[in-house]
Design a protein around this ligand. Structure first.
Ligand SMILES: Nc1ncnc2c1ncn2[C@@H]1O[C@H](COP(=O)(O)OP(=O)(O)OP(=O)(O)O)[C@@H](O)[C@H]1O
Ligand SMILES: CC(C)(CO)[C@@H](O)C(=O)NCCC(=O)O
Length: 433
């Protein structure tokens, strides 16, 4: 039976369509990310929640309509673009949120309070208790499957973590024209991505641990390396050494620290001189934390600020170096760094970029992503499309004109104090077909 546009919209939003083929298919038009921390209006309707449950953090992505967009009769909200054949378009946003995995109950309460559990899809023919299904990736999709079932009555439909990271990265690089940027000497510069010249590239996802993935095309990739010295190491060691109560506090401390108090520099070994013959200046770190062996000091004698800075430098530098060496193995010149370890933090990005620049002698480039920690969750969201529940099609292409990097909303941000649910929403529209 032919559905009215309103019925189709309702079904999409409530996840109440019947079987895969009968469901209204949708196409998404990313227009650009501008809003940060925009509250969802109460009348807005939410659909298609997807999760990435990692070792440290749970990431959520979901779509909400603008309050007036669910009516096909609203001229303002129903955009009919070429190829849509007059079908209704839902104007809305992709929202992003995150929670500490250790506080998974806060995430469950959030999903419950926003009625997000109704926003996945329903498995036709499944027993009543297993019908409500949400896409999820990350190790926690396995570990916490029973908890989600028990507390929310939802099944987690598991998607592979690496598939999702790559899908999320490809999507962002193509859809959001201010997504990728370089950061060097305090200068942020957006990188225009040529869609015809995106592949191959190296994706380095710095979460609790680090994955290094050579990406050759949509769905074509290989995880070529990884390291267990990642974001979890920084936060874990940092917490023990400084007694910080939150990740952001530890990061904040590093702003004020001086790593030379603890790190052993080339100059400390060479009596203040450079070791020019092998290209090392006196200020190069010869050994992270190396001064602590000879200072005859205890932990309490060091400032937490200095410890945090040395630790951040050690880990960022190491990741930058390993990433470059792997890029070199495959002749890759572009390395995109993502994951929540980065946190848009200037010193972290600077250290990684300097390491890549130094080891590659300026040949390779470190780039960073605005939606750094949400790649997996976005990939999980996009898998609704893969399974025929949502047909996402991006038709905002890269702007040809250079983007003004000095725009207010794009400045490198200091981490918001302990705020875990900040949104970096993306304006978009979903159109039914
Ligand atoms: N508020 C926070 N709480 C805890 N860690 C944070 C926070 N903000 C940033 N981080 C950093 O981000 C890292 C987690 O990043 P991310 O969410 O990308 O990975 P993950 O999915 O949890 O890990 P994995 O993929 O290895 O399972 C933490 O280990 C920590 O270094
Ligand atoms: C185990 C995963 C993939 C979980 O996200 C991640 O934490 C990771 O890539 N760790 C590094 C493991 C290694 O390659 O040594």
């Amino acid at each position: 039976m032919q559905q009215t546009a309103d019925q189709q919209v309702h079904n999409l939003i409530r996840g109440a369509g019947k079987a895969k083929g009968e469901r209204g298919r949708a196409k998404m038009d990313i227009v650009e990310s501008k809003q940060i921390s925009e509250p969802i209006k109460s009348e807005a309707q939410i659909s298609h929640l997807a999760l990435d449950i990692g070792g440290s953090l749970i990431k959520l992505v979901y779509f909400s309509t603008n309050s007036d967009s669910s009516s096909s009769s609203s001229k303002d909200s129903v955009a009919v673009s070429s190829g849509n054949e007059g079908r209704p378009v839902l104007e809305g946003k992709l929202h992003f949120a995150k929670f500490e995995t250790a506080k998974i109950n806060d995430c469950i309460d959030f999903i419950r309070s926003k009625q997000l559990r109704l926003s996945g899809f329903q498995k036709h023919g499944a027993p009543a208790g297993e019908r409500c299904t949400i896409k999820a990736t990350g190790g926690g999709a396995y570990k916490y499957a029973d908890l989600f079932k028990e507390k929310l009555g939802i099944c987690l439909d598991k998607e592979d973590e690496m598939d999702c990271l790559v899908a999320g990265s490809n999507f962002l690089l193509k859809a959001v024209h201010t997504e990728a940027f370089t950061y060097m000497d305090g200068q942020k510069e957006f990188v225009q991505i040529d869609h015809d010249d995106l592949y191959p590239y190296m994706l380095v996802n710095i979460g609790s641990g680090v994955s290094m993935i050579k990406v050759d095309g949509p769905g074509k990739f290989e995880r070529v390396s990884g390291t267990n010295v990642g974001g979890g190491t920084f936060w874990g060691l940092g917490r023990l050494l400084t007694k910080c109560k939150s990740f952001d506090e530890l990061l904040e401390l590093s702003h004020r620290g001086n790593n030379r108090v603890i790190d052993m520099l080339v100059g400390d070994i060479y009596g203040g001189m450079d070791y020019t013959k092998i290209g090392l200046s006196s200020t190069t770190i010869a050994s992270s934390f190396g001064k602590a062996i000879s200072d005859n000091k205890e932990l309490e004698d060091y400032k937490p600020e200095d410890i945090s800075r040395s630790l951040l430098r050690m880990i960022s530098n190491n990741i930058g170096q390993i990433s470059y060496l792997n890029a070199l193995r495959f002749g890759l010149k572009r390395i995109f760094f993502a994951g929540f370890f980065i946190r848009g933090h200037a010193y972290t990005m600077d250290t990684i970029a300097v390491a890549v620049h130094f080891w590659s002698k300026g040949e390779a480039k470190a780039m960073f992503l605005k939606h750094e920690g949400f790649l997996g969750a976005l990939g999980s969201f996009m898998s609704y499309e893969k399974h025929g529940f949502l047909n996402l099609k991006v038709h905002q292409l890269v702007q040809q004109s250079p983007v003004d990097a000095s725009r207010g909303g794009d400045k490198i941000h200091d981490p918001p104090n302990g705020e875990l649910n900040e949104n970096q929403s993306i304006d978009c529209s979903i159109c039914l077909s």
